[in-house]
Design a protein around this ligand. Structure first.
Ligand code: CO8
Length: 259
């Protein structure tokens, strides 16, 4: 697929995906959603790629939400279908087997914050602003925001920010646990890439199982404790676990192969 609204850059072993519609503050239009679907749902990640960084073009916005101009004329069924399509993509991001880090370089509003909340980890620039302003338009988040915001910051703060639609700044987001790091804008992307590489140096199968078992906490159909017991046992028979223990005993750095 030819990407028109995403820029994909392979920085050695890390894929940097940049939402790029700067004139609309990188708002997610249907084309961007199709391209995100292609990237995260339809295309297997090359094995040489250790993780993904998501960011926004320019220095003003990560993503300022879904494209409001495309809302005009939508009825209940069509808007629910678009919401469900987005849920599918964001679920795929959340379950991605390698780390996905959001580098939030400016406004992260509405669908933009929802996209970032589907990533495993969020870092932000000093001037980033976050919010779910859908209430100002007379609606609610439609890409998982009512669910993921509560998980990340708790019911009280989620209700407050969803009901007021207010924007919060980076220090507030850090304190609330919405993001885990703040960097000057010019360093943000490099820090996100560095974080992916730090994680990539760990055992890949353990990372995959961390994603799966941790998310089970939020799946009403899965007993997360039971899944942890099973996956813990499974990892004991992997070559990487043998290597990790051996390396510890021999006081050297482990060389994990993902086996
Ligand atoms: N959609 C479309 N265009 C946008 C969006 C957007 N979300 N945000 C900004 N733009 C455009 C503006 O219209 C403007 O375009 P133009 O120059 O052609 O008028 C350009 O980007 C620059 O924006 P501003 O001039 O407004 O820049 P400011 O610095 O004055 O303000 C703000 C920046 C505060 C970010 C402001 O642009 C704003 O409030 N944007 C809207 C934010 C918002 O409400 N986002 C939530 C949208 S709803 C949503 O995301 C729901 C997701 C679920 C969808 C489910 C299925 C469809």
């Amino acid at each position: 697929m030819e990407y028109n609204t995403l820029i994909i850059n392979n920085i050695e072993d890390v894929m940097v995906v940049t939402m790029s519609r700067p004139a609309a503050l990188n708002a997610l239009n249907r084309q961007t959603m199709r391209e995100l679907h292609h990237f995260f749902v339809e295309s297997p990640l090359p094995t040489s790629m250790k993780g993904v960084v998501l960011t926004g073009a320019g220095d003003k916005a990560f993503v300022a939400g879904a494209d409001i101009k495309e809302f005009l004329g939508l009825g209940a069924q069509e808007s629910s279908d678009l919401s469900a399509y987005g849920h599918g993509i964001f679920n795929a991001i959340e379950n991605f087997p390698v780390p996905v880090v959001a580098a939030m370089n400016g406004f992260a509003l509405g669908g933009g914050l929802e996209l970032a909340m589907a990533c495993h980890i969020r870092l932000a620039s000093e001037k980033a602003k976050f919010g779910q302003p859908e209430v100002n338009l007379g609606t609610i988040p439609g890409y998982g925001g009512t669910q993921r915001l509560v998980r990340l910051v708790g019911l009280g703060r989620a209700m407050h920010w969803l009901m007021t639609g207010e924007m919060i700044d980076a220090p507030t987001a850090l304190q609330a646990g919405l993001i885990t790091g703040i960097y000057p804008g010019e360093r943000l992307q490099d820090e996100a890439i560095k974080l992916v590489r730090t994680i990539a140096a760990k055992a890949p199968l353990a990372i995959r199982e961390i994603v799966r078992t941790t998310l089970a906490n939020f799946d009403p159909d899965t007993d997360g404790f039971q899944l942890e017991i099973e996956r813990f046992g499974y990892l004991f028979e992997t070559a990487d676990f043998q290597e990790g223990v051996q390396a510890f005993l021999e006081k050297r750095k482990a060389d994990f192969q993902g086996r």
